[in-house]
Design a protein around this ligand. Sequence first.
Ligand code: C5P
Length: 231
Amino acid sequence: DAEAALTGRRVLVTAGGTREPLDPVRFLGNRSSGKQGIALARAAAGLGADVTLIAANVEDRLLEGLSDRITVTGIETTAELQHAAQAAQPDADIIIMCAAVADYRPAETAEHKMKKSGDSGLTIGLVQNPDILAGLVDTRAEGQTIIGFAAETGSPDASAEELAQQKLLRKGCDMLVLNDVSAGQAFDRDDNSLVVYERITADPSQGETAGQSASVREVLRTAGSKENVSQ
Ligand code: C5P
C-alpha cells in the first residue's frame, strides 16, 4: 500500500536557508525559500510519517495549513540548525538535509548596527561553518537513513553529475539528491527536477536502510506532485 509506505516512521526534514548575522539588521544568506523541503515534509506526512521540520527562515505563509503530523521548529543560523538537528537525530529513522546551509559566517557579529566608514571599503572576515550533514553521518544511529542535497552548476573540470557523485562518497550519506542550478533552476521555484544518487552497501546490517531508501524515493516523487508543491 503506497499510502502507508512510511507509517510508524519518523522523518526529520531541514528546509530553507540559514542566515548569519553581521549586525542586528544585516545578514549573509542565500536564496533558498524552503519550498522544496516543505514539499518533502508534506509528502512524508502524506505517506504516514511523523515529521519534524526544521525551517530556516521560511516565510510563515509557506508553513500555513500543514498537517498535524508535521512539527515545525523555526531557526535562523547554522549553529541553531545544527543544534536542532542534533537534538532531533536520535528520534529519526530518516533524515533529509534539504536546507541550504551557509558555508561561512562572519567571524564577529556587531552588537550595534555597523556604520559606513568613508570611502575605504569594508572587509568582512569569515569563518567556516561545521558541515552538519557530515556530523550527522558521524553520529548516525543504527538503521538511520541520511539524505543530502547538492545544488551544483558543474564546473570546467567536472559536470554537476560528477560533483554530486563525489559528494555522495565524501559526505558518507546514503543518498544524494542533485538539483541542477545551472540555468536558474531550483531556487524559489515551484517546479524543479532532481537526480538521485544512492550508495549501495553490501553490509547486511544496513538492510533496513536499503528498505527505507525506497520509501525516500517515494517521498521525492510524491513531493513533486502538484498538491505538495503549490500552496
Ligand atoms: O557541500 P554542500 O554544501 O554542497 O553540501 C550540501 C549538503 O550538505 C546539503 O544536504 C546541506 O544541507 C548539507 N550541508 C550541511 N552543513 C553545511 C553545508 C551543507 O549540512 N555546513
